[in-house]
Ligand binder design. Structure first.
Ligand code: ZN
Length: 220
């Protein structure tokens, strides 16, 4: 082996004086490498593994730095759309256990989220409510709730069949069925207040009673 190789490598590894390093650093400040050379630098670094010492140094210096808003935005944009591996995800999840967000952060999050998942912006918002399918029917639906209360208010919170047999909770009944008449679902003229006892339990009963119920609500 030619000895010259080792000598040269040794020379290259010689540390520059602080003064010299500062000079280089000053000369470089504000200068941006061309995209081409940046790619070269990036390629040259690929596969490098930093020593623990170096990593600790990098981590410490990053902790002190406060990035500008635009830089932070850039960092955010860079990771946008990236899907973390399951391993990374579980690591992130573990590292977050027990961390409590500061009051300030929580307030910020709350403000950022306000109005974003509400009404027509809600991820499950249905534009045309007539398209709701049987399985989607919810008794917590605010429009459904309002309808039920409107019916009861109109009927003065009393079973329209009122008889000695009346018992149980008051219910707002759809005269023409909810599933078969989408256009009448929220129609106040398609509802009647009935007690648990008088509320038809069967589809056939519902149909048989429909005209009778209609007469009842028209009499008032
Ligand atoms: Zn009744």
């Amino acid at each position: 082996m030619p000895t010259g190789v080792y000598v040269r490598a040794f020379k290259r590894r010689k540390k520059l004086s602080i003064e010299h390093r500062m000079k280089i650093s000053f000369a470089k400040t504000g200068k941006r490498a061309s995209p081409e050379s940046r790619k070269k630098m990036s390629n040259a670094r690929k596969g490098w593994i930093c020593s623990n010492e170096t990593r600790a140094k990098m981590s410490a210096s990053a902790k002190v730095k406060v990035f500008s808003d635009s830089h932070r935005k850039n960092i955010g944009l860079k990771s946008k759309g990236r899907i973390a591996s399951e391993e990374t995800k579980s690591k992130m999840s573990v590292s977050r256990i027990g961390t409590k967000l500061s009051e300030e952060t929580r307030k910020k999050q709350s403000i950022a989220k306000k109005g974003k998942n509400f009404g027509s912006k809600h991820y499950r918002w249905i534009q045309n409510r007539n398209n709701i399918k049987r399985g989607d029917r919810s008794f917590h639906d605010p429009i459904q709730k309002k309808w039920a209360i409107d019916i009861k208010n109109r009927d003065k919170w009393k079973c329209k069949m009122s008889s000695a047999e009346c018992c149980g909770k008051l219910e707002s009944h759809h005269i023409f069925s909810w599933s078969e008449n989408p256009h009448l679902r929220f129609d106040i003229n398609n509802g009647i207040t009935l007690c648990k006892f008088h509320h038809p339990r069967k589809k056939a009963d519902e149909k048989r009673m429909a005209t009778f119920f209609q007469g009842l609500i028209q009499n008032k």
